[in-house]
Ligand binder design. Structure first.
Ligand code: SF4
Length: 656
């Protein structure tokens, strides 16, 4: 039995996702306890699940020949997971696909009816996974299991019965026996409680976990012992509890953390109800190491809040947020557009209120997702909510919020809080140094392919690269511009890896025709991906973000020419200006994004002064200063961007 949880889509391969399969870890513990080892199970590790694009992932799994694949489905991975399930089944027809997670609800029929899905569990899986799998393994229909479904030749059988809540004392916490591990960047997800006392109508969590249950204090303490071991690599604990300060014993936990912090400093992140905070709570949170907190404001309109089943006095939220900020804790304040009764004017009032009260460090605007299993989904018709039936299930319009008003409202938010909601990081433009592969056989994966499309070699290895490609992947074309070859490479890659984020770098020293971008998107664009649909409110005309273009052009050109090129290509590509090397004195005249081409070995006597000048001039946009030389990029990453190689996934670059 193989558990898998695919990561959220991301734009940079080297930044590993924080994709810890905590739920699968708990379910695996329960499975082993209930099946007494008759079913051997494991969780697919991050070296596979967080690395490979679709084809490589499927091949890895098929190579393991599991009898069952258990998938944890979230809005951000459900479509890719089901695509993967189909690929696995094509090669291994006997494998049974079992699903769980927040996407698996009786009303989310497209998931239940997916031809590759065989069975699944609604809500927490621990109490039923053993009986479900034992029945399936024995070839019996898993009947009589509450809150579960299975399929046979007669169709889908859904049992809507209420399952008994799982006793959280039954199994050890999965970090402790090595079933799961903190993420590569040193983050550990910690759930100390299951359930939420509130009943927000847009939320599924309180439906999945109907009562509040605490993990035994002793188990949590053991996880903390593990996390605060002096030589552990752990840097951050992300408290998963939906409202950390809603549980009675949160102060006891904080006191334990305060004591541990004397030995080792671990950053904490939590979701809080700001309106119920007391000043002494904030002091305790700060002393325990809390550096950032998420707070859901959602709206300041009482009618909107009431319709959402969310009862919080905005003035009390502002008071709590001010205390947190005064204590040096960053606050991410969430607001929602498109709630029932919300209007563009009431959303604007929420923005003005935030500007006036400063109840945020960062504002995070969400478009309402009409999630499966929620009250809003059940009553969407009577509430007049029209929504996209596929993830992220965005509301399209409501009786009070017209479709055409979402984009202007988001842009107003961007303007009010000086943020870029559609920011996409440039790919690494390293093309030399230790990450270079001599041949494709030297690495299990390849994250960047530098190709001369005029050179026939690419035809020989294209299918091997596609099999070993990562997600995200960089396809870098240089040499002679051969449009037909480029289009063929892109479309073959995308057919095999449709869910991969693709960066296309065009390095011909000149501009490709504008028509190229339309052709490339037409052949490799995948407009139906979750990632593209999640940008829909910002780009109602359907812009594609899963494929990104970067053009490298020589610098300096005359400023008016630079401005003309950048603005002409603004909608299609990022233009990066390349310079051979910069004297310290010339750094002030540079423009971002900037690529420096000379290798470290040629500038060994002067690189320190230039990097210092670059940091002075571009330190606040340091991610837009790039180097072709891998050593220089690494020095820049650690000096100007605070990025440590150990926390990043190493690039593997193939040049043909
Ligand atoms: S949104 Fe948060 S506070 Fe509201 S019910 Fe869900 S988990 Fe609880």
């Amino acid at each position: 039995m193989l558990f898998l949880q695919l990561p959220p889509p991301r734009f940079s391969f080297e930044e590993p996702p924080t994709n810890i399969p905590l739920a699968a870890g708990f379910v695996l513990s329960a499975l082993e306890a209930s099946c007494k080892q008759s079913i051997r199970a494991e969780i697919l590790g991050p070296e596979v699940v967080d690395v490979f694009a679709d084809l490589g992932l499927a091949r890895n799994i098929i190579g393991m020949r599991p009898d069952f694949a258990a998938m944890t489905l979230y809005a951000w991975n459900v479509e890719r997971s089901l695509f993967l399930a189909s690929n696995i089944k094509r090669q291994l027809p006997s494998v049974l696909i079992v699903v769980g997670g927040p996407e698996v609800t009786p009303d989310n029929r497209w998931v239940l009816e997916h031809p590759s899905v065989d069975a699944g569990i609604f809500g927490e899986g621990e109490s039923r996974i053993g009986s479900l799998l034992e029945a399936l393994a024995a070839g019996h229909p898993p009947q009589g299991i509450p809150g579960a479904f299975f399929k046979d030749s007669r169709g889908i059988h859904v049992n809507r019965g209420d399952a008994q809540a799982w006793n959280l004392e039954s199994c050890p916490y999965p970090y402790l026996d090595g079933r799961i591990a903190p993420s590569r960047d040193g983050t550990l997800f910690l759930e100390t409680v299951r359930g939420c006392p509130f009943r927000c109508r847009y939320c599924y969590y309180h439906k999945a976990f109907r009562s509040m249950r605490l993990h035994p204090f002793a188990s949590v303490e053991k996880v903390l012992d593990f996390a605060y071991e002096r030589n552990s690599e752990l840097r951050e604990i992300y408290l998963m509890d939906p409202t950390f300060n809603a549980q009675q014993r949160f102060k006891d936990l904080l006191k334990s953390l305060v004591r541990r912090r004397l030995k080792k400093d671990v950053r904490l992140h939590a979701e809080l109800r700001a309106d119920t905070l007391k000043l002494e709570d904030v002091q305790l949170l700060r002393d325990a190491g809390l550096v950032s907190a998420e707070v859901g404001l959602q709206s300041v309109n009482p009618v909107v809040l009431r319709a959402a089943g969310r009862y919080a006095d905005p003035e009390k939220v502002a008071r709590g947020v001010t205390w947190l900020k005064d204590a040096g804790i960053d606050v991410i304040t969430g607001i929602i557009l498109g709630l029932p009764e919300d209007t563009p004017a009431s959303f604007a009032t929420t923005l003005e209120w935030l500007q006036r009260t400063q109840a945020y460090s960062v504002v995070h605007p969400f478009v309402l997702s009409v999630l499966p299993g929620t009250d809003f989904r059940a009553h969407a018709a009577t509430l007049g909510l029209r929504y996209d039936p596929r993830p992220p299930y965005y509301v399209l319009f409501t009786p009070t919020f017209p479709e055409a008003e979402f984009r202007p409202s988001l842009l107003r938010c961007e303007q009010a809080f000086d943020m870029e909601l559609d920011y996409i990081a440039l790919p690494s433009l390293v093309d030399s140094g230790p990450a270079l592969l001599a041949t494709l056989d030297d690495s299990p994966y390849v994250s960047k392919w530098i190709i001369d499309p005029d050179h026939e070699e690419w035809q020989r290895i294209l299918s091997s690269v596609i099999r070993k490609a990562t997600d995200p992947f960089v396809m870098w074309f240089r040499g002679h511009y051969e449009e037909e070859a480029i289009i063929k490479i892109l479309s073959e890659f995308s057919d095999a890896n449709p869910h991969a984020v693709l960066h296309v770098v065009l390095d011909f020293g000149d501009l490709p025709p504008l028509s190229f971008f339309d052709r490339a998107i037409e052949n490799a664009g995948q407009p139906e991906l979750f990632l593209n649909r999640s940008y829909y409110p910002l780009y109602p005309e359907g812009e594609i973000v899963s494929i990104n273009f970067t053009i490298i052009l020589p610098f300096p050109r005359r400023r008016p020419e630079r401005e003309r090129i950048s603005s002409e290509h603004l909608a299609t590509a990022s233009v990066v200006w390349e310079s051979d090397w910069l004297d310290e004195a010339k750094v002030d005249d540079t423009e971002l994004p900037l690529l420096i081409s000379r290798p470290l070995s040629e500038v060994i006597d002067m690189y320190k002064a230039t990097l210092k000048a670059l940091k002075r001039v571009h330190g606040n946009r340091s991610e837009q200063v790039l180097f072709r030389d891998g050593h220089l990029q690494q020095i820049w990453n650690s000096q100007a961007r605070n990025l440590e190689p150990a926390t990043r996934l190493p690039e593997k670059i193939l040049v043909t």
